[in-house]
Design a protein. Structure first.
Length: 201
């Protein structure tokens, strides 16, 4: 079974689209997926300029068209510029309790389809409970130094690997695919890696 490490951020639209392709790939190929944390805008980052914000808004119609045409999903995003850190920390708690994949999918959909604010601890707690986690324990985890450290470790690894953007998909720790690829492209990549790994043995 192949492994796929995916660095992503919950407030990244291309990461959301990539997660749809990854989920579909996992349904159709033997694959272990490990979601890794990445912060596009860590807390304390300089504010987004008005001109950059306008460019983002201008790109959204094209983004939504790609989402609908290539990924079959209608995007309806939550508040702009949310802090993704609490959701990333919560993901580590979810993974430890065997609900990582369900939590990841639910948070992505909450923000990009249901227009919810995923920096709100109450929203995250509702999501956690919906995927089978104990809500009070989950809320406690959001301020845990241990889970914070796990997020930081993912980010440090990304920096050491010189990953400059997300989504970044890494098969078998050595085959890197950048960007939100449609399902068909991931199938081609998966089959290529299988062939390469078979030849290497």
């Amino acid at each position: 079974m192949l492994t796929l490490d995916v660095w992503s951020d919950y407030n990244c639209p291309w990461c959301f689209l990539a997660s749809l392709s990854v989920a579909r790939l996992q349904e159709n190929r033997p694959l272990t997926v490990r979601w890794r944390s990445y912060e596009l805008r860590p807390k304390g980052s300089p504010p987004i300029s008005e001109s950059y914000r306008q460019r983002i808004e201008q790109m959204r119609p094209r983004l939504y068209a790609i989402a609908q045409e290539q990924f079959g999903v209608a995007m309806n995003p939550g508040p702009f510029g949310v802090d993704s850190r609490p959701a990333l920390v919560g993901a580590k708690f979810a993974e430890e309790h065997g609900r990582g994949a369900a939590y990841h999918d639910a948070v992505m959909r909450a923000y990009w389809v249901e227009a919810r604010s995923i920096e709100d601890a109450a929203v995250l707690s509702e999501i956690a409970e919906a995927v089978g986690l104990e809500p009070n324990a989950f809320l406690h985890s959001l301020t845990s130094a241990d889970y914070q450290a796990l997020v930081d470790a993912d980010i440090l690894t990304a920096q050491q690997m010189e990953l400059s953007g997300v989504p970044a998909l890494l098969f078998e720790r050595k085959y890197l695919i950048a960007g939100a690829q449609p399902y068909e492209e991931l199938v081609k990549a998966y089959d290529y890696v299988v062939r390469r790994e078979h030849l290497d043995r």
